[in-house]
Design a protein around this ligand. Structure first.
Ligand code: HEC
Length: 132
């Protein structure tokens, strides 16, 4: 009885180890749902930013035709690479006039909390187009 147990034990261990490896997902991030913060940021973007910046951040919101200059494509990979999170937070807080850009970009520092600004930045980062 004891011998039989010792004989099957290695098989059992091998099965346990390979089974675990096979069960591990190959790309965990690809299917991960957006975090709670990103979903809050999306809602803030929809309420306060989308009219000008457009649903995808391309700068084609329904109010964009009124604006000269038009908002740039903030989903653009080169733009996203160039701007740090604190650059984005600065222009969102102080608006275009505060950051040396067009005053048509309103300041949000008195409307949105710091947490909301951080969330909206997390969401804007998800708009980044995959590299072509
Ligand atoms: C009334 C229209 C309008 C609304 C609403 C608006 N923006 Fe803008 N935004 C602009 C315009 C116009 C520019 C371009 C300014 C320029 O290039 O001089 C801009 C530029 C930007 C930029 C790019 C700044 C850069 O470095 O070039 C960011 C980031 C941005 N907006 C974020 C936001 C966020 C986040 C919100 C919502 C909280 C928002 N905007 C709401 C009009 C708007």
């Amino acid at each position: 009885m004891k011998r039989a147990f010792l004989a099957v034990l290695p098989l059992f261990l091998v099965a346990a180890c390979t089974g675990k490896r096979a069960a591990a997902p190959s790309k965990p991030e690809a299917s991960a749902p957006p975090s709670y913060e990103i979903r809050l940021g999306k809602e803030t973007f929809r309420l306060y930013c989308q009219t000008c910046h457009g649903e995808t951040g391309a700068g084609d919101g329904f109010n964009a035709f009124n604006l000269d200059p038009h908002p740039r494509d903030i989903s653009d990979t080169a733009f996203q690479k160039k701007k740090s999170d604190s650059d984005l937070a600065d222009v969102i807080r102080r608006g275009g006039a505060g950051a040396g850009l067009s005053a048509l970009m309103p300041p949000w520092g008195r409307t949105l909390s710091e947490a909301q600004i951080n969330e909206v930045i997390l969401y804007v980062r998800t708009l980044k187009k995959p590299p072509a």
